[in-house]
Design a protein around this ligand. Structure first.
Ligand SMILES: Nc1ncnc2c1ncn2[C@@H]1O[C@H](COP(=O)(O)OP(=O)(O)OP(=O)(O)O)[C@@H](O)[C@H]1O
Length: 263
C-alpha cells in the first residue's frame, strides 16, 4: 500500500495509528492507520457501513476507540467534543445541523463560541467585555459568510432558504473558527450539480488558509476532483490509500464497490 504522505520530514496534521472501534460484536474499524498531511484535502470513501462516519466520530471524541491512537500535529490527541473548536477541529454533519429557530448569522456565530474570550457571567451582566466579545464573534461570522457569498442571508431563518444556501451556512459555521482541521461529512448530499461544482471550488480554497480537509463523500467524482490523497475503507479495514489515479486503478477498491467480499 502506498504511504499517504510522502515527505516524512513534515508532521502530519492528523495521524490515525491502529484505530479499532467495536460496537458489541461488530468491528466498525479494524486497526486503521493513515495520516493527513498539513494543508491537504484527503478523501475517505467506501461502501455503506464501511466505517467512515465512525472514523469522524473518533476524531471528534464522540466514539472512544477500543485500541489505537490519534495524533494532531505530532502530539497525542484525546478529543473532547466540547473542546473541539479550541483544538482547531471543525466538522460539518451529514444533515445540516442548523438550528431552525436561529438566524443564519446566529447559527454561524455558534461556530466561534469555543473561541470566545468573555465568560457567561460577563454575558449575563452585559459587561463591556461581553459586548466586545459579541462584536468580535459577529464580525468573524459575517466574514466567513462573506467568503462563501451568503452574507445577504444573515437575518434569514434557515428553513426559508434553498438547500444549497443552507449547506453553505453549515460550512461557514465550520470555517468561522479558522480551524486547522476541517471534517466534511457528505457535504454534497442533496446538492444539485451546480452547487457541487461550487462546493468543489470552496473545498479547493481551504488549504490556502493552512487548514487540512478530510472529506467523507459518496459522490466519487467530487472526491476524485478535489482530493490529493484518498483512503478507502471496506468493512472497517483500510483496503487502499493513495492518489486518486492509484485508488481508481486498485482492484480491491473496484471489488468493494461491486460488493465482492474481501478475503
Ligand atoms: N452507535 C452504533 N452502534 C452500533 N453500531 C454502529 C453504531 N454506529 C455505527 N455502527 C455500525 O458500524 C458500522 C460502520 O458504520 P458507519 O456509520 O461508520 O459507516 P459509514 O461508512 O459511515 O456508512 P454510510 O456510508 O452508510 O454513512 C456499520 O455496520 C454501522 O451499522
Amino acid at each position: 500500500m502506498e504511504e499517504l504522505h510522502t515527505d516524512q520530514s513534515v508532521l502530519p496534521r492528523l495521524r490515525f495509528t491502529d484505530i479499532s472501534v467495536r460496537f458489541g460484536g461488530l468491528t466498525a474499524l479494524d486497526a486503521v492507520s493513515f495520516a493527513v498531511p498539513p494543508g491537504a484535502v484527503v478523501g475517505i470513501i467506501g461502501p455503506n457501513g464501511a466505517g467512515k462516519t465512525t472514523l469522524f466520530n473518533v476524531v471528534c471524541g464522540f466514539t472512544a476507540p477500543a485500541a489505537g491512537a490519534l495524533e494532531l500535529d505530532g502530539k497525542p490527541f484525546r478529543p473532547l467534543p466540547r473542546l473541539l473548536t479550541r483544538h482547531g477541529v471543525a466538522r460539518t454533519l451529514q444533515g445540516l445541523g442548523l438550528f431552525p429557530g436561529l438566524t443564519v448569522l446566529d447559527n454561524v456565530m455558534l461556530g466561534l463560541e469555543g473561541t470566545a474570550t468573555h465568560t457567561m457571567a460577563e454575558d449575563a451582566l452585559l459587561l463591556p467585555r461581553s459586548r466586545r466579545g459579541e462584536v468580535r464573534l459577529r464580525e468573524g461570522a459575517l466574514q466567513a459568510m462573506d467568503e462563501l457569498g451568503i452574507v445577504t442571508y444573515a437575518a434569514a431563518l434557515p428553513d426559508t432558504l434553498p438547500y444549497g444556501i443552507r449547506k453553505k451556512a453549515a460550512l461557514a459555521r465550520a470555517l468561522a473558527g479558522s480551524p486547522r482541521l476541517l471534517l466534511l461529512d457528505e457535504p454534497a448530499g442533496g446538492l444539485a450539480q451546480d452547487d457541487i461544482d461550487e462546493l468543489a471550488e470552496i473545498i479547493r480554497r481551504v488549504p490556502a488558509t493552512g487548514c487540512s480537509v478530510v472529506l467523507v463523500e459518496h459522490h466519487v467524482d467530487l472526491v476524485m476532483s478535489v482530493c490529493e490523497r484518498i483512503a478507502v475503507l471496506d468493512f472497517g479495514k483500510l483496503i487502499a490509500e493513495g492518489t486518486p489515479a492509484a485508488v481508481s486503478a486498485n482492484q480491491a477498491v473496484t471489488d468493494a464497490y461491486l460488493g465482492v467480499e474481501p478475503v
